[in-house]
Each structure stands twice: as structure tokens, then as C-alpha cells.
Ligand binder design. Structure first.
Ligand code: T1G
Length: 707
């Protein structure tokens, strides 16, 4: 029938192969093709059993996610997969699903509709729909509990995590684990079951009886905390619960209702934006696709502080041996102890075996000198955030490093070109801005300098993926993408405290908006002294007479640096648990008096708008200056580096959701209230709003122009 699906005969067994690269998604034509070939095999008297298998790397990785936007916009009709799955389940000949690579979402649901499932060792399967703001919409919430049990099905549908082949067989999802060639194993299995009755998953109700109502109540309570603000995980609970309360057909109807609520929600649009965004940020216009990155087999890191230690762990975790240099034994031992403690914590949580932890630790070589640096293919500098100090280090490493060695700086805001000027090979210098804690946070901001070579950029981007990071490319300016934007965001939060809001109100308002932490809580975590050092470093660029928050310097002068000194914007106990500090209110009143500001009651709405729109406005400037390639790069940076809620899609996507005209109007209102030096709307924002366009269209146009 269609080239997306083909049928081959292996004696009395028909093999239906799905061949829809790259991930055999259930794109239009695939379910129809499978159903047609199923019918062909069913009516062929020479066929006694049927196998469904994926070509290439994987079984079916789900419905075609690109189709959802078309369905929501009305461009495509909303087709149901139920009839296709019932056709499989009601096939009079046994249908064996042969799974390798991944069986995700609609892929697992297709497998569950089969009569048997044989699984290749190493395969992964799951219902990750909640990560897209959806729930399983093809019977997964009804068939999975019937095979895996209600508790496990709940865990899989609500959390979206995948399970491995062995566990799937133990649970009863899989009927056989195939260690060798999958097709051979599946053919043998199919021949063995050819004359056996074909068990229909929808009729296997015995495991449904195990469910207790408390299971769902407990799941709701846990999910409200763990997936704060997200609607899909709660909908998934409702759908799995329906499986225990009503028959299969009614359960599927309930699933469809819940699925459609999710599909037409802004949360799903935001999360699908993030899914494709995570993949598009790796594509750098102008960088030849066939440009081969340098090979990285050995690394070296300078500075074993919080960042340096975390970066060394990241290399070790990716299997790359790394030298870690410090200037004194105390500092080196302190750094290594933190690394050992981090591995101990991860092992204690059962996320790493002691043997694995030992192996990773062994890949880190602590030292005081530059011995062995000449053999490293990348050297990452992670010393104190000061240009002069970094230039000194770069002038030293340049004398030792091999010719093709990438010289990277972990600076979070300083001028990469200035740092590169300390070497005779600026083309090998690049920024690799990791986020704290570096072995945990997934974002890596790769910063290109004026002379950074394309192959060095390609190497840093590829290395990011290898280290398990999401790498985005940023241009060189103070603070690059993320920290440049966080400046106005934090400024507004600090102003709001001077103007009358409490620290707790500001933090809570942004948490209610969905931020992982409030802006002032993040300030306390990072350390107010860091911001202080950066303000001093950039003081010479500041325009005189422009209003600045007074409180941060006041707090720093009395050594209130945040969590590290037990008090900052809040007080912190020994477990770093925050509590309000009345002294802050006094300091805020004085700061307001000194600034001639009359304090007032402030609504949460104003707090959110001023902080988030400050982000958006600066984001538009970052785009216009070409510091960020696309608006989606900014979104991905904020999702993976700054705790912006994924279900809002990122600051630029959020602005599109609100509507740029409304965002502009609000910013112009703030401009009237607080002055143009702080709130003049970004020209790009004005242009797009006036043209009735948005950031998504800006990206599409950019993409079209680039390719
Ligand atoms: N639909 C469309 N495109 C997809 C896709 C999908 N399901 N999965 C991947 N792609 C594209 C991706 O954008 C990229 O494109 C290329 O394939 C390679 O992907 C009815 C409602 C399978 C583990 O959530 O998790 O089923 O950038 O770079 O690292 O109930 O892709 O090359 O142009 O990620 O090897 C549920 C999503 C859908 C799985 C492979 N399924 N995919 O990872 O490659 S909803 C998912 C993944 C659903 C039903 C519901 C991963 C992967 P491009 P990649 P990878």
C-alpha cells in the first residue's frame, strides 16, 4: 500500500514493517497503512500469525506531534486512533508486536492493542504524553492498567517516565525478552502462538480490581506538589481512575474527553513548543551541516570551586577523563570533598551505584600544576568572575595547550573577546557558560566571540549534547542571553520591595506564576556578592542618573550575601530554610525614603507583569541585537537555566500567548510610570505588535531566510 508501511511474508507469518523515519511516528498514512496490510494478512489463508515491527532505530515513538498544531488550528480533522487499534485487537490471527528502540505514547498504545509483545533487550517504553501537556489518547490509560496493574500504569501515565524491557516483561506488558535478533525472535514466537487464542487486552480486567481509591487521592496530592501548575498529570489520574470505575468503551470515551481538554489547552501548545524548541536550538544557521567537530577524549578544568567541581563531574559523568587544577591544597581538597559528597548523595538516593560513582570519581584527577594539560582537547576555565584574573589564566594555558585545543571560559557575563585577547589564538576561544549546580542543570550557553572559529562552535555545541546538556548559542555581550535578561527581571523584583511589597510576596507571586523559585530567593541562592561583583565590573557602562535598586548594595555592605551568610533577602536556618526578616522591611523603608519613593500596597498581578515583561522586553532586544538566534532559544534557555515553567513555554512564547499588543500596552504603561530609561519598549516588540505579528512568526521568517 504506502511506502510508509510494507508487508513481507516469512512462510506462514506476515511481517508488517513501519518505515517512517526518523522515529516511525504514527503520521497520516501510517495507521491506515498498517490497517490495510493487517486486512491483507488476515484474508490470506496462508498466513497464521502477524508481526508488527519498526524499521531503523525504533518501534513507534508515538503519534506525529507535528500534527497536533494542525488539528488545534483546524487545518487537520481530529482523527481517532481507536478504530485502528480495535482492528488490531479484533484481528482473528495473533498479532505479535516486536519492539526495539522506543515504544512511546501512541507507539506503546499500538503495542498494547496487539495480542502479544516481544521486546528487544535495551528497548524503552512509556507514556510521555504529559511532557507534552497531553495524556495518552489512544486507549493507553485503559489498556496499560489491564496489563501492568493500576499503580504502575498510574505512575507511567502521570510521570511520563519510560521503563526498560526487562521491567516491562516482569510487569506483564511484554510476553518475551529477546536478547538476539528481534525479527528472528519474533518469528519464532509468532509460530509458537499461531494456533493459540489471541488474548484481547481490553478484556483482561483482573488487574483492575487491585485499585483502591486512596491510590488516586494520594497520586493527586503528590502530583499537585511535584507538577505544580500542570493540568495534564491530573487529567491522567482521572483517566486511569476511569478504567477502574467503568467498562473499556466508557473508559475510552472519558479518556477522549480529558485528552481533548489537554489538546486544546495553552499548556500543551507551550510544552510542544518546548519539545521542538529543544531540538531546533541545536541547529545553527550558517554552520555547515557537515562541519566535523573536534574530537574530545580528554578535558581539563581550572578552578575547583562550586562551578569548576560541577563541570569536572559533568565530564566524568559523560565518560571523559578530566584534570582539575587548583592553586592550593586546601582549595583542591575542598573542591574534591564537594565532588565526593555530591556522588555520595546521588548514590544514597539510589540513582547511581557505588561502583559507578567510584568509576566517575576516578576519572577526575585533582592537581596543583598544569601537568598533562598539553594533552587535553578542551580546557575550561572556571575561576573567579573577574576579567583580569581570567585573562591571566588564558595567557598561561595558551602557552601549554596543544594547537587544536579548545580554550573555553565558564564566565557567566564577561566579555569573551576581551578574555580571548589574552591569547594569540582567539579563534580557539569560546564561552561555555554552565549553570549551577553544573552537574545538574541542563542548560549550556555557548558564547561565540568575534573570532571564534565555526569548528570551535560546532565542537562546543556537540560537546554540550554529549554532556547531557541542552546547548544554545549566544552572541557576546554583557550577560549573553540569560543573565542579560535576568538583570531587568531582578531589578523589578528589588524595586517592588522598595516600593512596598514584601520579599515573601514577590517570591510567592512569581512562584504562583510557575517559576521554580522566586527572584529574590534565587538571588539569595546564587549569592548577592556575585551580583555585587558584576555590578562593580559593569559600573562604567551605567548611564548616570538612572534609578537603580538601592537595597542590594545596602545588604551587601552589611554582608547579607544570602544563603551562604544565613541572611540575605530572607533569613536562613541551618537547613537553609527561609523565613521573613523584619530588618528587611526597615531597610526597604529607609531605601524608599532615600530615593524619595512613597511606599504602597502592590498587587501580585503588577509584580508578575513587571518582572516577566521586563524579561520579555530585554529578550526582544537580545533578539534584535542578534545575541540570540531565535526567540525559541531564549525560551529554552529560560526553561533549562532559570526555572521558567515549561507549561508556559518560556518568556517569549508566554508573551505570544498573552498577545504582543497587550504586552506592549502594559510596558508602555510602566514606561509612563517609571520612565523610558527603565521601560522603553524594545523596537522589535513594537514593530511586531504594530504589525499584528509575534515572536513565533519572527522565528519562522528567520528560519525561512536561513535555510
Ligand atoms: N512526532 C513527530 N516528530 C518527532 C516525534 C514525534 N512523536 N518524535 C521525534 N520526532 C522528531 C524530532 O523532532 C526530531 O526532528 C527527530 O524526530 C529526531 O528526534 C496518541 C497523544 C523518540 C526518544 O513524546 O522522545 O503519542 O529535529 O532528536 O534524541 O496517546 O524523539 O530532526 O527535525 O528527539 O534519538 C508521544 C517524542 C507523542 C516521544 C528519540 N511520544 N520523541 O530521541 O531523537 S504523543 C513522545 C522522543 C502521543 C498518543 C499521544 C524522542 C525519541 P528533527 P530526537 P532522539
Amino acid at each position: 500500500m504506502t511506502e510508509l508501511v510494507r508487508l513481507t511474508r516469512h512462510g506462514e507469518v506476515a511481517v508488517i514493517t513501519i518505515d517512517n523515519p526518523p522515529v516511525n511516528a504514527l503520521s497520516p498514512g501510517v495507521p491506515e497503512g498498517i490497517e490495510a496490510l493487517l486486512h491483507e494478512a488476515t484474508t490470506d489463508s496462508g498466513i497464521r500469525a502477524i508481526i508488527v515491527i519498526g524499521a531503523g532505530q525504533t518501534f513507534i515513538a508515538g503519534a506525529d506531534i507535528r500534527e497536533f498544531a494542525k488539528i488545534v488550528s483546524g487545518e487537520r480533522p481530529r482523527l481517532s486512533l481507536y478504530p485502528f487499534l480495535l482492528a488490531i485487537e479484533d484481528c482473528p490471527k495473533p498479532v505479535v508486536m516486536a519492539i526495539h528502540g522506543t515504544a512511546l505514547g501512541g507507539g506503546l498504545e499500538t503495542a498494547l492493542a496487539g495480542h502479544y509483545r516481544v521486546i528487544a533487550a535495551g528497548a524503552q517504553m512509556g507514556q510521555p504524553e504529559v511532557k507534552l501537556g497531553l495524556i495518552p489518547g489512544a486507549g493507553g490509560t485503559q489498556r496499560l492498567p489491564r496489563l501492568a496493574g493500576v499503580a504502575k500504569a498510574l505512575e507511567m501515565c502521570v510521570g511520563g517516565q519510560s521503563i526498560g524491557a526487562r521491567e516491562a516483561v516482569e510487569l506483564g506488558i511484554g510476553d518475551k525478552l529477546i536478547e538476539g535478533d528481534l525479527l528472528e525472535g519474533a518469528l519464532a514466537f509468532a509460530r509458537a502462538v499461531a494456533d493459540k487464542p489471541a488474548p484481547k487486552t481490553r478484556e483482561r480486567n483482573e488487574k483492575l480490581a487491585t485499585a483502591h481509591p486512596a491510590l488516586f487521592a494520594g497520586a493527586r496530592e503528590k502530583t499537585r506538589k511535584a507538577a505544580r501548575g500542570m493540568t495534564a498529570p491530573l487529567a491522567a489520574i482521572d483517566a486511569v481512575e476511569a478504567a477502574t470505575q467503568m467498562g473499556f468503551a466508557d473508559g475510552c470515551r472519558r479518556e477522549t474527553e480529558l485528552f481533548d481538554e489537554c489538546l486544546y489547552s495553552s499548556q500543551s501548545r507551550a510544552l510542544i513548543h518546548a519539545f521542538f524548541g529543544e531540538r531546533s536550538v541545536a541547529k545553527i544557521p550558517g554552520l555547515p551541516k557537515d562541519l566535523k567537530p573536534f574530537e574530545i577524549t580528554r578535558a581539563a578544568v581550572i578552578g575547583a570551586g562550586t562551578m569548576g567541581g560541577g563541570i569536572a563531574m559533568t565530564f566524568a559523568n559523560a565518560g571523559i577523563p578530566v584534570l582539575l587544577k587548583e592553586t592550593s591544597n586546601e582549595a583542591l581538597e575542598r573542591g574534591m570533598q564537594t565532588i565526593r559528597d555530591n556522588y555520595a548523595k546521588t548514590t544514597a538516593k539510589g540513582r547511581l551505584s557505588p561502583a559507578d560513582a567510584e568509576q566517575r570519581l576516578a576519572r577526575i584527577t585533582p592537581q596543583l600544576g598544569y601537568d598533562g594539560f598539553e594533552r587535553a582537547e578542551i580546557i575550561v576555565e572556571a575561576v573567579f568572575e573577574n576579567t583580569a584574573v581570567k585573562k591571566q589564566v588564558f595567557s598561561e594555558i595558551e602557552k601549554i595547550a596543544q594547537p587544536g585545543c579548545v580554550l573555553a571560559s565558564n564566565t557567566s557575563s564577561l566579555d569573551i573577546d576581551e578574555i580571548a585577547s589574552a591569547t594569540h589564538r582567539p579563534q580557539m576561544v569560546v564561552g561555555t557558560h554552565f549553570f549551577s549546580p553544573a552537574h545538574v542543570m541542563r542548560l549550556l550557553e555557548v558564547v561565540r566571540g568575534r573570532e571564534t572559529a565555526p569548528q570551535v562552535i560546532a565542537t562546543a555545541m556537540a560537546l554540550g549534547k554529549r554532556l547531557g546538556k541542552i546547548a544554545i548559542l549566544a552572541g557576546n555581550c554583557p550577560g549573553f542571553i540569560g543573565n542579560r535578561m535576568v538583570g531587568p527581571y531582578l531589578r523589578e523584583a528589588q524595586f517592588l520591595v522598595e516600593e512596598g511589597a514584601s520579599v515573601e510576596q514577590v517570591n510567592q507571586a512569581l512562584c504562583d506564576f510557575g517559576m521554580a523559585m522566586g527572584p529574590l530567593a534565587v538571588d539569595d541562592l546564587a549569592g548577592l556578592d556575585i551580583g555585587w561583583a558584576i555590578r562593580k565590573e559593569f559600573a562604567r557602562y551605567e548611564k548616570p542618573g538612572v534609578r537603580r535598586p538601592r537595597l542590594p548594595d545596602v545588604l551587601c555592605k552589611i554582608r547579607r550575601f544570602g544563603q551562604k551568610t544565613g541572611r540575605g533577602w530572607s533569613l536562613y536556618d541551618a537547613d537553609r530554610k527561609p523565613s521573613p526578616d523584619p530588618e528587611i522591611a526597615e531597610l526597604a523603608e529607609k531605601a524608599a525614603r532615600d530615593a524619595g519613593i512613597s511606599r504602597r500596597a502592590i498587587l501580585d498581578e503588577e509584580i508578575v507583569d513587571r518582572c516577566i515583561y521586563a524579561l520579555v522586553n530585554e529578550g526582544a532586544r537580545v533578539l534584535e541585537d542578534g545575541i540570540a538566534i531565535r526567540a525559541v532559544d531564549i525560551d529554552i534557555a529560560y526553561l533549562y537555566g532559570y526555572g521558567f515553567p515549561a507549561w508556559r513555554g518560556g518568556p517569549m512564547f508566554y508573551a505570544d500567548t498573552v498577545g504582543l499588543a497587550r504586552v506592549l500596552a502594559r510596558i508602555e504603561e510602566f514606561e509612563r510610570q517609571h520612565g523610558a530609561d527603565l521601560w522603553s519598549p524594545a523596537p522589535l516588540l513594537k514593530r511586531l505588535a504594530h504589525a499584528g505579528q509575534n515572536f513565533a512568526e519572527f522565528d519562522r521568517k528567520k528560519e525561512a531566510a536561513a535555510y
